[in-house]
Write a protein of this length. Structure first.
Length: 250
């Protein structure tokens, strides 16, 4: 059993599919209380149906300041207190740099970086209000560490998340809020499946990942759990890479 998770209130943004949904299940297994958000009412309703009333959630546009304030308020009311934020909402679009549409660029930055900032800021304020602190884990990516072709907007947004995480750690650490991020590599999620064929998946595994396989959402969920737990009590301002050795390759 992971220490310091039982009975904690956990908000998971982007919690309705893929890594976010796997993370919700993992925290529940560890005895946490979970509230999640998703992009649409349909997404949230479908995710909540898996939990038999043990989890609640709401659709929220993470790029909208007012919607994010409402999300933090609702999550706090349901959980009693937000002890842990898994700041997971994000999108990806594939396009060569010279062909990237400005509107697509703006939307990617808005969701992946502005949204990360807004949710973290709203939740951090609630964590600091009673002086009890908490833990925030942001979703970055191995794309924060290197430039993958055809993902200029995504790469830039995730690089921003890494620096945002470090800045939050410097400022919030003295007030009792630990802040870290995860940097997953090639994970088998609905988001990635929309960007590549099975043949492309298999080629990527062979050519770029030393473990010769794609990652599973549950493996990233385990990283989230560790960073949120008391087992990581002195881990702060870190970027935990979960990539099967992908970034170790020269």
């Amino acid at each position: 059993m992971t220490t310091g998770i039982r009975d904690k209130g956990v908000l998971i943004s982007g919690g309705t599919s893929g890594i976010g949904l796997a993370t919700a299940r993992r925290f529940l297994e560890e005895g946490a209380r979970v509230y999640l958000s998703g992009a649409t009412d349909e997404d949230v309703e479908k995710a909540l149906a898996d939990f038999d009333g043990s989890v609640d959630g709401v659709a929220a546009d993470v790029t909208d300041e007012r919607a994010v304030a409402g999300l933090a308020e609702r999550a706090g009311a349901f959980l009693g207190r937000i002890d842990v934020l898994i700041n997971n909402a994000g999108i990806a679009r594939k396009s060569a740099f010279l062909d990237t549409d400005v509107a697509a660029w703006d939307h990617t930055i808005a969701v992946n970086l502005r949204g990360m900032f807004l949710v973290a800021q709203a939740v951090a304020r609630s964590m600091l209000a009673d002086g009890r602190g908490g833990a925030i884990v942001n979703m970055a990516s191995t794309n924060a560490l290197g430039g993958e072709e055809d993902f200029a907007g995504y790469n830039a947004s995730k690089g921003g998340v890494l620096q945002l995480t470090r800045t939050m750690a410097v400022e919030l650490g003295p007030q009792g809020v630990r802040v870290n991020c995860v940097c997953p590599g090639f994970i088998d999620t609905p988001l990635n499946r929309a960007l590549a064929t099975e043949e492309e998946f298999e080629a990527y595994e062979r050519e770029r990942i030393p473990l010769r396989r794609r990652g599973r959402p549950e493996e990233v969920a385990s990283a989230y759990l560790f960073l949120a737990s008391d087992d990581a009590s002195f881990v702060h301002g870190a970027a935990l890479v979960v990539d099967g050795g992908q970034t170790a390759v020269m």
